[in-house]
Design a protein around this ligand. Sequence first.
Ligand code: ADP
Length: 305
Amino acid sequence: MQGRIQREHIDQVTHLLVVGSGKGGVGKSTVSVNLAVTLAKRGARVGLLDADAYGPSVPMMLGVRKRGESQGWKATLPLGQRGKLSPAQMLKPLLRYGVKVMSVGFFIGEEQAVAPIPDVLGVLIRQLLYTVDWGELDYLIVDLPPGNDEPQATLCRELELDGAILVTTPQDIARIDTAKGLAMFQNARVPMLGLVQNMCGFVCPHCGEHVEIFPVSTESRTLLDSLPLLGAIPLDPAIARSGDKGHPVVVSMPESLVTAAFKGIAERVITTLAVSEKTLNRRMPGSQEDVEATKGDLFDDERED
Ligand code: ADP
C-alpha cells in the first residue's frame, strides 16, 4: 500500500479540478474556459486558473489580453511571502462571464520572452493558487499545460485535487500522450472524472457531409478506453473564432450544438462529483486517512498498490 500523503486543501474552495492533456493544441484551454463559463451560467461560483506559463491562452479566450511588457514576476507576485497573506497582499482575480480568472499570462506580455524555469513551475503555480483572493468557490478549475512534468507533479503531490478531466483528439498521436497523462494522475491517486474528446469530426457547412479531419484511432488503450466519456465536441470554426475574439462559444452561440455539448460535459462533471461524494460519505467512518484511502479506490477499483 502506498504511503499516505496529507495533501493541502485550498480554503473556501469546494472542488479543485484540473484539466489536462498529454499533448498541446488539443483544445484543453477551450474546454476549461467553456466548462467554467457553463458552470457559472448554471449559478455556480467558479474560478479558473490558467497554469500554462509558456502558452497561456485563457486571457485571449476571455478577452483580457496583456499586450504590453511587464516588469517581470518579482514586480507583481508576492511569491516570496511566507505564511498567510493579508487580503491587501492578495491578487484580485478578474471577473469574466461570471468566472473569476487568473492567468500566468496576466504577468507576462503576449510576445515577451520571459518564462519561469521549468523546475520551479510547480511551486510557482501552487503559490499562485494561494496568492489569489478567490473567495468562496464551488469549482476552481486549473487549466494545466500539456505534458506530465511540472507543474503537474507538484500539484498532484501537494494539493487535494477533487478530480481530473483529460482532453484528447481522436488521433492515436494525441491518445498516446493522453494515456501517459492518465497514468500520471492515477499514480498520484487523483480521482479521474473522465475524458473529453475534442475535434471529433467536422460537418461541412456547405454540403453537410460529416468528415473526420483527424484519423480516428483504432488502437485500443485499455486504461484510456475505460475512462467515462464526458462529451465529444466537433471541430467547429465558430469555436476557434469565438475563442480568438474573447467570447467563449457558450456565450456567443448559446443555442448551438457545441454549447449543448459543453452543457452535457458540465452536467456529467457535477453528477460524477456528487456521486463520488455520496459514496465517500457512505463508506467513510470519518478519519482523513480513511478518506485518502477510499478516494483512490473509488476511481480505480482495479489498481493494486
Ligand atoms: P490547448 O489548450 O490544448 O493547447 P486550445 O484550447 O488552445 O488547445 O486550442 C487550440 C486551438 O484550437 C485554438 O485556436 C482553439 O480555438 C482551437 N480549437 C479548440 N477546439 C476546437 C474545436 N472543437 N473546433 C475548432 N477549433 C478548436
